[in-house]
Design a binder for this molecule. Structure first.
Ligand code: 9YT
Length: 128
């Protein structure tokens, strides 16, 4: 078994500042679970364009308040504490944080750990 403590990730290469967000990578590809898990803070007042064409992601909000706009239909989805959204269709979206939002993010396939979004809000395919 494995135990990961957030305090041991802070300040390492796996404590990634993406500009509008800070993502602490708890479980990564190298851990061999088949998915990755991040504890992510979305900064208050930000809007982030995201389009994970290579990944599926579930995002569970455990603190804070904001919304997601899915760009295929311009639908606005309020996101608050205890709400999960699943990007099951690789949905292109905007993530708007009204307050700081703390999110538990699960990716399939798993992230290697150091990724940041490219200019299109995408994480690259991990070729390894
Ligand atoms: C919720 C979300 O997608 N935020 C962007 C950062 C990403 N989830 C990550 O790497 O933790």
């Amino acid at each position: 078994m494995k135990v990961v403590k957030l305090e041991d990730i802070l300040g390492t290469d796996y404590d990634v500042d993406g500009g509008n967000w800070i993502s602490r990578r708890l479980i990564m590809k190298k851990d061999g679970m088949g998915y990755s898990v991040n504890d992510t803070i979305i900064k208050a007042g930000t809007e982030t364009h995201i389009w994970y064409q290579n990944h599926l992601e579930s995002v569970y909000c455990i603190e804070g308040e904001g919304e997601v706009v899915t760009l295929s239909d311009n639908k606005v989805w309020p996101i608050t504490k205890d709400t999960l959204y699943a990007l099951d269709e690789h949905d292109e979206h905007l993530l708007r944080a009204k307050t700081d939002m703390r999110m538990v993010c699960v990716f399939n396939p798993p992230l290697s750990g150091k990724e940041v979004h490219d200019e299109n809000g995408v994480y690259p395919v991990d070729e390894d």
